[in-house]
Design a binder for this molecule. Structure first.
Ligand code: PMV
Length: 330
């Protein structure tokens, strides 16, 4: 037996962040979160269940993987094999068109594309909600890369109630994420480990208790396309998460001096009337957000900063979906 499927998914940038789990194994998060898919970035993944294989094989950007990344993929495949009642191993080939491990959440698009392709190759016909639940068990933020556009992940309290859904289509608001790369080095502590440290910070409880307030303000600002409201809450939420990171035991410092230089510049431009704000994931790079009409101007200003290595421009993206396995790609 050899059954193949091919899928694509975008990574996403969280405006209200996910940090810390109430159930580590199932990745049930401590708080709900809100994000936008990033159209120009994508992971394409091909999965073939093959009765002649003796174990799962994972190729990431054409290189054969072992260790943790293969283990995480195998755990997800095992879940799918159980659901489908099959026991064949799989060959997984995955390609990103963007640098991995730099604060652009590659695990989000990776596990979203994998869930889509592997469940289809296994003969399952899952709903968007079921795919989001499945992707969540591989990487929490992957649950938000299944639906399209602007997406809310309701924390829930168990596997069935923790999933993501669209709150607005990609064309609702042409918001641009200018991803400012200040470093291409692989981060020291990945988010899976980081989530486990969240509870060691005395600030995590306060961050989580206040999360629904922030989410509601952010959702409203987004639905009303109110950039000023949006900017304030997005920056507060990001900095709260980094405060938890920096006060964990051991502490996690993702920011570099260049990160702070971009933060300071963005804040001063907003003070001068330019609609622009920042958010930062588990890495040193800065996601600079602004309405599309201002993107050219903001990009020009960012490019003039000494701390800026390069900039990726992303617009709101659609949902994860299957591709024709006959077309080229991985
Ligand atoms: O899905 P993970 O385990 O890679 O966690 C993502 C964590 C952040 O990117 C820092 C925040 C978020 O909500 O995406």
């Amino acid at each position: 037996m050899n059954s193949t499927a091919f899928a694509t998914a975008h990574p996403n940038i969280a405006f209200i962040k996910y940090w810390g789990n109430r159930d580590q194994a199932l990745r049930i998060p401590s708080n709900s979160s809100l994000s936008m898919n990033l159209k120009e970035l994508e992971t394409q993944t091909r999965v073939s269940f093959d009765s002649t294989l003796k174990e799962d094989h994972l190729f990431l950007n054409e290189s054969l993987e072992s260790g943790t990344s293969l283990e995480r993929v195998s755990i997800l495949l095992e879940r799918i094999r159980k659901m489908a009642g099959i026991d064949f191993f799989a060959r997984v080939e995955s390609e990103n068109n963007f640098p991995t491990g730099t604060g652009i959440a590659s695990s989000a698009s990776a596990f979203a594309a994998l869930s889509c392709a592997a469940s289809s190759a296994a003969g399952l016909n899952l709903s968007e909600r079921e795919l989001s639940q499945l992707a969540r068990t591989g990487s929490g933020s992957a649950s938000r890369s299944i639906p399209g556009g602007f997406v809310e992940w309701q924390a829930g309290e168990d596997h069935g109630s923790s999933f993501a859904f669209s709150i607005a289509d990609p064309d609702h608001w042409d918001l641009v994420d200018l991803i400012v790369l200040v470093s291409l080095e692989h981060k020291e502590t990945g988010s899976s480990q980081g989530h486990q440290l969240a509870e060691t910070s005395p600030l995590q409880k306060i961050r989580v208790e206040d999360a629904n307030r922030r989410l509601e303000i952010c959702r409203k600002a987004l639905l009303e396309r109110d950039f000023q409201q949006f900017a304030g809450i997005v920056e507060q939420d990001s900095t709260l998460m980094h405060s938890v990171m920096m006060t964990s035991n051991p502490p996690l410092y993702y920011w570099l001096p260049e990160t702070l230089a971009v933060i300071r510049a963005v804040r001063s431009w907003r003070k001068d009337g330019l609609p622009v704000c920042f958010t930062i994931d588990a890495g040193p790079n800065v996601h600079v957000l602004c309405p599309a009409a201002e993107a050219g101007k903001v990009k020009g200003k960012l490019g003039a900063l000494e701390s800026v290595n390069s900039i990726l421009e992303c617009h709101p993206g659609g949902p994860a979906h299957l591709l024709d396995p006959e077309i080229s790609g991985v």
